[in-house]
Design a protein around this ligand. Structure first.
Ligand SMILES: *Cc1c(COP(=O)(O)O)cnc(C)c1O
Length: 375
């Protein structure tokens, strides 16, 4: 269905494929919507925090007006907690927006953007959209980012290298990078190359895994830290995230963003969610328990999985390249939506977002049922 219109590098883009909506799966398989379990988009199974709902309802009465283009109130609370001035912060329509702004601000046709194989699907999209060339670096044995290899690729790219995307934890693999390794990487990357550290799942890190990325932003003028309100904060539908970088880089992002890229409801909800420590803690605990619930069963069934630092687990469901698609279909027929990751070069695996205990149990029952009929 390729049109003759448009730029070649845009025609070459394979559109992003998201988790399938519950309503669509219900229609297609003739299922009752209320019985469908969606573990496909790394959403927070607790939903949106009450505090954010209330803040959003209050803000709704003022929707006749444009949002605050500079997000003054939200930047104020972010700034206080993160310990950086407000002019170090860029708000985004989801952190996806920050990733795209970064690519548009620093790269164009003839340039190279570097990231790991099996990294987040938006990196190649953002790269292709600006006509730059994607350099995909082979992963570690455990499908994680190989930072020394990424550094070597940056150096080999020379002046063409403009941007590196690093996700910690990474989606869909759940892989985690140690802070010492990230710091060594940041210190070694040439200063003309911007590094985006994508921390969409940062809040799910175990206490012993945490580190101070904002301290790196203060040291490295070529770094952008990207965070999201879609995952641990439960605001995926509102579309809001933020970037932290030194003022010179932040100023570039600010010049090319849409003037009203973050809507009023999202800003109000994010202010409340960001300060709702109880919600964050509850989400962390639910996720930790769910991770154990799922991985115990994978161990029991002898299914290999990757240790995950996020709110999802990548599990290997077979040895042939149709295995993921086959298991996905069998699960869909039983009303369970998970994420096939063939488009990530992982056709033998499925990514399972961690849900509430009963949602995980529904998935486990369906999985056991499918495996027992396969034997
Ligand atoms: C989900 C995700 C994002 C973006 O989420 P937004 O909803 O746009 O904030 C960014 N990076 C990774 C690795 C993700 O998984």
């Amino acid at each position: 269905m390729t049109s003759k219109l448009g730029l070649k590098h845009i025609q070459a883009i394979a559109p992003y494929v998201g988790g399938r909506p519950i309503s669509e799966v219900a229609r297609e398989y003739g299922l009752d919507e209320s019985k469908i379990v969606k573990l496909a988009s790394n959403e927070n199974p607790l939903g949106m925090p009450k505090s954010a709902q209330e803040a959003m309802l209050k803000a709704a009465s003022d929707l006749g007006r444009y949002p605050d283009s500079n997000g003054f109130e939200l930047k104020k609370v972010l700034s206080e907690r993160l310990g950086v001035p407000a002019d170090w912060i860029t708000l985004g329509n989801g952190s996806n927006d920050i990733l795209e702004l970064a690519a548009r601000a620093v790269a164009q046709s003839g340039d190279e953007i570097i990231f790991s194989r099996h990294a987040f699907a938006v990196y190649p999209l953002a790269t292709q959209a600006v006509g730059a060339k994607a350099i995909e670096v082979a992963p570690t044995d455990m499908f994680g980012h190989d930072l020394p290899a990424i550094l070597a690729a940056v150096k080999a790219s020379g002046d063409k290298a403009k941007l590196v995307f690093v996700a910690n934890p990474n989606n869909p693999t759940g892989s985690y990078l140690k802070p010492d390794d990230i710091e060594a990487f940041l210190s070694a990357v040439p200063s003309h190359v911007v590094v985006v550290l994508d921390e969409a799942y940062n809040e799910y890190l175990a206490p012993e895994q945490r580190y101070d990325a904002v301290a790196w932003v203060k040291r490295f003028p070529n770094m952008i830290l990207s965070r999201s309100f879609s995952k641990a904060y439960g605001l995926a539908g509102l579309r809001i995230g933020y970037g932290v970088a030194q003022p010179a880089l932040t100023d570039l992002l600010n010049r090319i963003r849409q003037p009203f890229n973050v809507n009023s409801l999202a800003q109000a909800a994010a202010i409340a969610a960001f300060q709702d420590d109880a919600f964050l803690q509850q989400g962390y605990e639910v996720n930790h328990a769910g991770y154990l619930q799922l991985t115990t069963v994978f161990d029991d069934l002898g299914l290999p999985y990757l240790p995950s630092a996020g709110n999802f687990v990548l599990v290997k469901v077979g040895g042939d390249d149709d295995a993921g698609a086959r298991m996905n279909l069998a699960l869909l027929k039983r009303g369970i939506i998970v994420r096939p990751v063939g488009n990530y070069g992982l056709p033998q695996w499925l990514r399972i977002s961690i849900g509430l205990a009963q949602e995980n149990a529904a998935f486990i029952n369906a999985l056991r049922d499918i495996l027992s009929t396969q034997k």
